[in-house]
Write a protein of this length. Structure first.
Length: 491
């Protein structure tokens, strides 16, 4: 049997052009890139120097994969097919993908001849009638999957490569790139490919540094292993035709050069060759709050212990945009969000050396934007940073089904806002310590006044309002006694 004679190597990593010169050691036999131009509705150009003709589904669906174009497979339609000339008895295959369910086994690729095949799924290795189970479930995080095998020359002469599925199993999810070599590539060459794909598709290489196409380190795992729970980055490497201008981490934290665009190609800013920004977060990710007191008494609730590493001579002079997506975090108030950067690398965010950046824009979905953020200003090579929130009065730290009313007492004045969160309609009851006129303004997340209600010479008021669309809003209450701001969420 073929399986008994196969020597195999399988590496799974959760991580997640200019064509190479003829002398480049990285040149593959087949290189499919979803972001490379198609020749028709069902054919693609091979990105390697072999120029194989790749056929696939007619009018495929597309979806962004860390701001890059990828093919979206629905688990039902045809795979891609590449007729190849393969005069070798071993292979190395690398694929960047993400599947969307944990249980259903999905085909990734298969290499076949007239009678035999080698194939890989999200859970098993196949060769003729034999299988090796390497996982009981699918990992739904972005993946770089690297695979090597060799066999007896006379046993197997593959002539067709299928990917985006295998001969028996369809694929469901996103596929960015697949690369085939007719040899075993060495450890460093494999490491270069893994690093390139991880930066491009926002994939985390666990327990590994990141390197560029010439082997220079752009992220030092050995120097800061505690920041490896999730990693993303931007940068430029012409050998791989990598120009990643913006990246996201866990769909929560995104950073881009200049301004963040709808996708990577629409970002008009330029990163010089060899420059990278790569950031990582510790094992608590952005789920566990920490309490910091700035200047002795100002409390800030922080999330995410993050490190930014800079590579290159120019990157520190380029402004970036940082975005925090709070659309799924009803426990956090976008209007109170700040960015904290520790340039001294002490990790003590309670010192006066911490730089505090206020947001420049908040959209109606709760995405907070910080503009013109510079990294590694002191040329030390790295910065520490966290996402912070001021505990504003009226903003509960954690909303539950039973916390539908906010009761705020201040200087014997009481404010009742309910329900909050709301499905559109809300009420504000105000009990003042003294008679006063009042103005109540509904303000959108981007600072525009939507509606103003007023009252005169009373101690008690009841206002009713309707929020126009889903999102975050502020209720500004102004009397002769004081001014109060309360946030409200339309879910």
């Amino acid at each position: 049997m073929l399986m008994k004679k196969l020597l195999l190597f399988l590496l799974l990593v959760n991580t997640g052009c200019l064509l190479f010169s003829q002398s480049a050691a990285l040149t593959p036999n087949v290189w499919f890139r979803a972001d490379y131009p198609t020749t028709s509705d069902s054919s693609w150009l091979d990105y390697s120097t072999n120029n194989y003709y790749i056929t696939g589904p007619t009018d495929p669906e597309w979806e962004l994969f860390n701001f890059n174009q990828s093919i979206l497979f629905d688990g039902q339609h045809a795979t891609f097919e590449v007729p190849i000339l393969f005069n070798s008895n071993e292979l190395t295959m690398i694929i960047a993908y993400q599947t969307d369910d944990t249980l259903t086994e999905r085909g990734l690729w298969s290499l076949v001849d007239d009678t035999l095949f080698i194939a890989l799924s999200t859970q098993q290795i196949f060769a003729e009638s034999s299988t090796i189970l390497y996982s009981n479930v699918n990992n739904t995080e972005p993946i770089v999957n690297s695979f090597h095998r060799s066999w007896q020359v006379s046993e197997f002469n593959p002539n067709i490569l299928y990917f985006g599925g295998s001969d028996a199993l369809n694929f469901k999810g996103k596929l960015g790139e697949i690369v085939l070599f007719d040899r075993q590539i060495d450890k460093e060459e494999l490491h270069r490919w893994q690093s390139y794909l991880s930066v491009k598709y926002g994939i985390t290489l666990f327990n590994l540094s990141y390197i560029n196409s010439v082997g220079d380190t752009t992220w030092h795992y050995d120097q800061h292993p505690e920041y490896h729970a999730a990693i993303s980055g931007i940068g430029r490497d012409t050998i791989f035709n990598l120009h990643q201008k913006q990246s996201t981490m866990n769909n929560f934290l995104s950073i881009g050069i200049g301004e963040i665009a709808a996708d990577n190609t629409l970002n008009s800013h330029i990163i010089p060759e060899g420059n990278f920004l790569i950031w990582g977060v510790d094992e608590n990710l952005f789920d566990t709050p920490n309490y910091t007191y700035l200047n002795g008494d100002q409390e800030v609730i922080t999330y995410g212990h993050c490190l930014m590493e800079a590579t290159g001579e120019t990157i520190r002079y380029l402004p970036t945009t940082v975005q925090i997506d709070l659309s799924e975090r009803s426990d956090l108030d976008p209007s109170s969000c700040v960015l904290l950067i520790d340039r001294d690398h002490t990790g003590n965010f309670e010192t006066n050396s911490v730089e505090i950046y206020e947001s420049s824009y908040i959209d109606n979905n709760g995405v907070v934007t910080f503009s013109n953020i510079y990294w590694d200003a002191d040329e030390s090579g790295s910065d520490l940073f966290r996402i912070g929130f001021y505990p504003l009065e009226g903003v509960p730290k954690k909303l539950t089904e039973n916390q539908e009313e906010q009761n705020i007492n201040s200087n014997s004045n009481s404010y009742y806002l309910y329900p909050n969160p709301t499905h559109g309609e809300y009420y504000l009851k105000v009990d003042l310590a003294e008679i006063s006129d009042i103005a109540v303004r509904l303000v959108s997340a981007d600072g525009k006044t939507i509606e103003t209600q007023t009252g005169k010479a009373e101690k008690e008021y009841l206002f009713k309002g309707i929020l126009p669309t889903k999102g975050y809003y502020l209720i500004e209450i102004e009397t002769t006694l004081e001014r109060k701001v309360i946030s409200i969420v339309y879910q």
